[in-house]
Design a protein around this ligand. Structure first.
Ligand SMILES: [Zn+2]
Length: 81
């Protein structure tokens, strides 16, 4: 299982969409269980977005938003007891 420190180490690659499908799935699974890392990724993603400005980052940002929506949906369904 991915640990918080592992997630922190690969978080920038995750945000850039550079991780393999298996690795990014591990990150998503971790974020489902760990709200600290969810907010960490969210803050990091926002920082990266601000730094990169009007570059060609939009494609990866869309990808990241789709991941976010998937995580949100999974969170909502898992918390609906
Ligand atoms: Zn964590």
């Amino acid at each position: 299982m991915l640990m918080c420190r592992d997630l922190a180490r690969i978080s920038s690659d995750y945000i850039d969409g550079k991780l393999s499908t298996a690795d990014s799935l591990s990150v998503k699974m971790h974020m489902l269980m760990c709200k600290d890392c969810r907010s960490f990724i969210g803050n990091l993603r926002e920082s990266v977005r601000l730094m990169k400005g009007h570059s060609d980052y939009r494609i990866n940002e869309d990808y990241a938003q789709r991941l976010d929506q998937a995580v949100d949906q999974a969170l909502n369904s898992s918390e609906r007891h």
